[in-house]
Design a protein around this ligand. Structure first.
Ligand code: ASP
Ligand code: CP
Length: 327
């Protein structure tokens, strides 16, 4: 679509030579600090546009396939809302049991099918590396919406955007970020630790011993020179924490339900515990929560987890515009 100089949507014009045009988004390792500045700049513009006009036609005529082999509320509906707010449309395949997957169709064949009909594919799948396999099969961009316990890159992008918007871009260098809960199976923290290692942060990992951050993630982060410390209790690190990132114990990843039962419920964030934290810090959670944060804390200004979901819409609008050559 030619850029209309009178369009109220500038600076979003055709930009098919831009570096993200046609690209897959599979891992946070694809992003450097400049890229993040760019994504967040576009996300910020998207927020302004949504607030001013709600829906606009930047991606009119474009179609997204939302292919989810695992449950989702936020990722799936925010990608749908993002596409529709940009004037595009969506083919949702949330119940793969009603698709030809249930007849035994492979992931690459399913991807090859969908790309005949759509311009971009968002994929959530239980296996690590599935998004990369899909991207190899596809000529159209594939966006990883969670590959098993591997990564959830668009979540880490929206998490970092949340930190920028809530605490200020300038302060990210120097922040202490404490990740709490299931650091072994939680893909959001695998992506977030890697992405934050682009900044001069200090990372604390607080988890039950059996749910520690995987060594490969810690090794990658250590290569960037980022200090990391592991704990089994929160008390010691809460007072120094600027961002407390709480996660759910990932029940669906445990082979033995008894081990899950033993690991859940180790931490509870509530107003009493939070008295020991700073006044100007934030509590984040990718959600869903299943008892890690008491609803009594929801009214505290430091509770950023509902705002975090809204930031996800703007970041996903930005990513779709970028890979489709409109930002
Ligand atoms: N929604 C996030 C994910 O899909 C976190 C979670 O499910 O606990 O990874
Ligand atoms: N944060 C997140 O990925 O939520 P959903 O699992 O609901 O998509």
């Amino acid at each position: 679509m030619p850029t209309d100089p009178t369009s109220p949507y500038l600076p979003f014009g055709d930009n098919t030579h831009a570096p993200w045009y046609g690209k897959d988004i599979l891992s946070v390792n694809q992003f450097n600090r400049d890229d993040l500045g760019y994504v967040f700049g576009v996300a910020h513009e998207m927020r302004g546009m949504v607030e001013r006009v709600g829906t606009f036609d930047l991606l009119k005529g474009k179609i997204l396939a939302n292919l989810f082999y695992e449950p989702s509320t936020r990722t799936s509906s925010s990608f749908t809302a993002a596409m529709e707010r940009l004037g595009g449309s969506v083919i949702p395949i949330n119940e793969v049991k009603y698709s030809s997957v249930s007849k035994g169709e492979s992931l690459p064949d399913t991807i090859r099918t969908l790309e005949c009909y759509v311009d971009v594919i968002v994929l959530r799948h239980p296996e690590v590396g599935s998004a990369a396999i899909a991207a190899q099969a596809a000529r159209k961009p594939v966006i990883n919406a969670g590959d098993g316990i591997g990564e959830h890159p668009t979540q880490a992008l929206l998490d970092t955007f949340t930190i920028f918007e809530e605490l200020g871009e300038g302060v990210v260098d120097g922040l202490t970020v404490t990740m709490l809960g299931d650091l072994k199976y939680g893909r959001t923290v695998h992506s977030l630790a890697r992405l934050l290692s682009l900044y001069k942060v200090k990372l604390n990992y607080v988890s039950p011993d059996i749910l520690r951050m995987p060594k490969e993630v810690m090794d990658e982060v250590a290569e960037k020179g980022i200090p990391q410390d592991e704990y089994t209790s929160l008390e010691e690190v809460l007072p120094e924490t600027d961002v407390l990132y709480v996660t759910r114990v990932q029940k669906e990843r445990f082979e033995d339900p008894a081990v899950y039962e033993g690991a859940r419920g180790a931490f509870l964030i509530n107003p009493e515990i939070m008295q020991a934290a700073r006044k100007e810090m934030i509590v984040m959670h990718p959600l869903p929560r299943v008892g890690e944060i008491s609803t009594d804390f929801d009214g505290d200004p430091r509770a950023a987890y509902f705002r975090q979901m809204e930031y996800g819409l703007y970041v996903r609008m930005a990513l779709l515009a970028m890979v489709l050559g409109k930002a």
